[in-house]
Design a protein. Structure first.
Length: 359
């Protein structure tokens, strides 16, 4: 079996998808998922083409269109999400455009045409990866489908050029441009060359190698993430600032009340899982609530309450009757060094220095 560039591209795409999937977390999922779906549709598109190369499977022009359309759509949504620092949602208008293009395909199948290549298409004619037999009879659909991709290219460029005016997070825009500019340039050049090929074919101008060059540019686009590994690192490091919500504030207040009333943190083994069981909230929402309203991790939040308890006991004269080791244990710590570090971090003083001020 010959090794076509499509097979290599399929392998590269799988690696990219794995890297993106492994990088998705709660701080970037709303935009990085769009980039993940962008490459998912590209992966399916290349797999679709690869099957066509090695079998008698008939290449579907409608499947090709839908895969390419959503490839461009999700790249546009990714860029929009990063620039506006919030998740870009799928809207009815995006599907309406796809529906309009598919309706033109239906008209073409019924013999209704505005553009006709039948007298200009030869056996060597091809556009990107679509050969002469598929082009003939679907000219309007083909032209409009690539025109739709061109629209998304223009929208993406418009967002790029105006990003400094639209964003509230300039640091993310720098990362976006550092990580995506070269990829986006090659990606858009590919569609511009394809549109140019369609126009040349209409005027009966044939370049046998033109479609091959376009495919090679598309293949090179994928190599960017491997030739310049920092591009993916820049994209994966983009994080959207989550807005504080009334829901997280309410949950945080409930956690505070529970800590004040029950003092569960005095158990030295108390952790996030225990807090989740006690309050009934998921681990993720507890982390988000505590981080948003105290700027602490869950372990640091628990330790801060232990230290507050220790400080209160010192103020009440606990060390006049008991040892420092006893204070460590009753405050919920298992070792003196850990207690000392946490005490210094929270109060700014060592336990001894703090106790001397109340002696």
């Amino acid at each position: 079996m010959d090794i076509y560039p499509a097979y290599i591209a399929l392998g590269l795409m799988a690696i990219i998808l794995y890297r993106i999937f492994e990088s998705i977390n709660s701080e970037n999922e709303y935009h990085l998922k769009h980039l993940f779906y962008h490459f998912v549709f590209q992966f399916i598109f290349i797999a679709h083409y690869s099957i066509h190369l090695i079998t008698s499977y008939e290449f579907s022009i409608t499947v090709t269109f839908l895969l390419r359309y959503f490839t461009y759509l999700f790249l546009y949504l990714y860029i929009k999400s990063v620039i506006y620092s919030k998740r870009a949602k799928l809207k009815i208008g995006y599907f309406a455009l796809a529906g309009l293009i598919l309706s033109v395909y239906y008209l073409n199948t019924k013999g209704i045409h505005l553009i006709n290549y039948s007298s200009k298409v030869t056996s060597d004619s091809s556009i990107y990866h679509i050969n002469a037999s598929v082009i003939s009879g679907n000219e309007d659909f083909l032209f409009l489908s690539y025109f739709g991709q061109l629209i998304y290219s223009i929208l993406m460029l418009r967002l790029f050029f105006n990003s400094h005016k639209l964003t509230s997070n300039p640091e993310n825009i720098i990362r976006l441009k550092d990580g995506l500019t070269l990829y986006l340039v090659f990606f858009i050049v590919s569609i511009l060359l394809t549109m140019n090929n369609i126009v040349l074919l209409y005027f009966n101008i044939h370049f046998i190698s033109y479609s091959f060059i376009t495919r090679m540019i598309g293949f090179t686009t994928l190599l960017i993430f491997f030739i310049f590994p920092n591009t993916s690192k820049e994209l994966f490091s983009i994080k959207l600032k989550k807005k504080t919500t009334n829901k997280t504030k309410s949950i945080f207040d409930q956690i505070l009340n529970y800590f004040e009333e029950s003092e569960p943190f005095l158990n030295p083994n108390y952790n996030l899982s225990n807090l989740s069981i006690d309050t009934g909230f998921r681990n993720e929402i507890i982390r988000e609530s505590i981080k948003s309203h105290s700027n602490k991790t869950v372990p640091a939040f628990i330790n801060s309450h232990r230290i507050e308890k220790a400080c209160k006991l010192i103020q009440e004269g606990y060390l006049k009757q008991y040892s420092m080791n006893a204070l460590v244990e009753v405050s919920g710590f298992t070792s003196q060094p850990t207690f000392n570090r946490a005490f210094k971090l929270v109060s700014g003083k060592t336990p001894t220095e703090y106790s001397e001020s109340y002696s």
